[in-house]
Design a binder for this molecule. Structure first.
Ligand SMILES: NC(=O)c1ccc[n+]([C@@H]2O[C@H](COP(=O)([O-])OP(=O)(O)OC[C@H]3O[C@@H](n4cnc5c(N)ncnc54)[C@H](OP(=O)(O)O)[C@@H]3O)[C@@H](O)[C@H]2O)c1
Length: 322
């Protein structure tokens, strides 16, 4: 495994982050395809044994059970000092007033629930899952800064939003001497590259590390176009993110993977790992082979010609996934 500094911080993260949305009780929350505790634990262990030290979950994943399962597995299999544990806040955890969002009240409540579920007294990277248009950004940034000062959080990060929103949050922190975001977890892969317009150049300029979510386009980049899996069959969100014309990109991945004699997933991840600001793609691994491919991708060097072939079929599209 290779490690990099996350953006301009001193924090060492593995070049693959394990996406823990895959782990959680299927009958809780909105993802019926998740793996329960018994099926999840060997994958967390395998990731650790492969040198992955970076784990990403969220309070909303499977209604908190992702945090519970992953937290317990990490307590059993890892040394807390060696791992980088990331979670998120913003999604709705309860119906009614103050059940979600980024108010001071929501943030202060949700960090304590996440710490309890994870079974730890601090989170390494606490990320806002989206921008909250109903809360003043000053309120959010000060509350996050206070969590850092209280020792509950080591670093803060953000996820999918417009570049102007991210920039506003960062300068609000600067103006008040509060903690800045060190990372941007955004939707970025060979089938969705709108982030190359504004967000990625902003992150490069500001020394912010990026952590692409759904780096394999939720599996579309890993198999024959049109193949349906248990997960993709019920993935309404994923169905809105990609276009029929993306087939030619998947075919380019297929050609290069066949020439190289490697699975498609390795080619798609290697392309992302070549991008300047990308610290670590957040890979969703439901089987041992998924982790093996992700780890192998770190050492796969693509030529300029191969990268050009992968990129040439992309058509710009409407921004989505925020
Ligand atoms: N911040 C956000 O808003 C946000 C949004 C989404 C995700 N995330 C984060 O990103 C993580 C990853 O998301 P994701 O699961 O959508 O990512 P992904 O890596 O693009 O998709 C994972 C799926 O791709 C397939 N796959 C993965 N590796 C494979 C391989 N080597 N060979 C063949 N198929 C393979 C599997 O599909 P099948 O199971 O269908 O076979 C797997 O479930 C999440 O766990 C979460 O931490 C964040």
């Amino acid at each position: 495994m290779q490690y990099v500094k996350l953006g301009s911080t001193g924090l060492d993260v593995s070049r693959i982050c394990l996406g823990c949305m895959t782990y959680g009780l299927p009958d809780r929350g909105t993802h019926a395809w998740t793996l329960d505790e018994e099926a999840s634990r060997p994958l967390v262990r395998q990731a650790l044994e492969a040198g992955i030290n970076f784990f990403d979950t969220a309070n909303v994943y499977s209604d908190g059970t992702s945090e519970e399962i992953v937290g317990k597995a990490l307590r059993d299999f890892a040394n807390r000092d060696e791992i980088v544990l990331a979670t998120k806040v913003h999604g709705r955890m309860r119906p009614g007033p103050n059940g979600g969002g980024l108010s001071r009240k929501a943030i202060m409540t949700e960090i304590d629930h996440s710490l309890r579920r994870l079974g730890t007294d601090y989170v390494d990277l606490y990320q806002i899952h989206r921008y909250d248009h109903a809360t003043p950004v000053e309120e959010t940034m000060e509350a996050l800064h206070d969590l850092v000062r209280a020792g509950k959080v080591r670093y803060i990060g953000a996820s999918s939003m417009y570049a102007w929103e991210f920039s506003k949050a960062q300068y609000t922190a600067d103006l008040n001497g509060w903690t800045r975001f060190v990372s941007m977890q955004n939707h970025y892969n060979l089938l969705y590259r709108e982030e190359e317009r504004e967000m990625l150049p902003l992150c490069a300029d500001q020394g912010v590390g990026t952590l692409p979510w759904s780096p394999l386009a939720r599996g579309r980049l890993t198999r024959e176009w049109g193949t349906v899996t248990e997960r993709s069959a019920g993935d309404a969100f994923g169905g809105r993110l990609y276009l029929d014309s993306d087939r030619s990109i998947v075919e380019a991945v297929t050609r290069i993977a066949a020439d190289r004699g490697v699975p498609r997933a390795q080619v798609a991840l290697a392309w992302l790992l070549h991008q300047d600001t990308v610290a670590a793609p957040i890979v969703g691994a439901a089987r041992p082979g998924h982790i093996e491919d992700a780890v192998a991708a770190v050492d796969l060097e693509l030529s300029d010609k191969e990268r050009e072939e992968l990129e040439q079929h992309y058509t710009p599209r409407a921004v989505s996934g925020h």
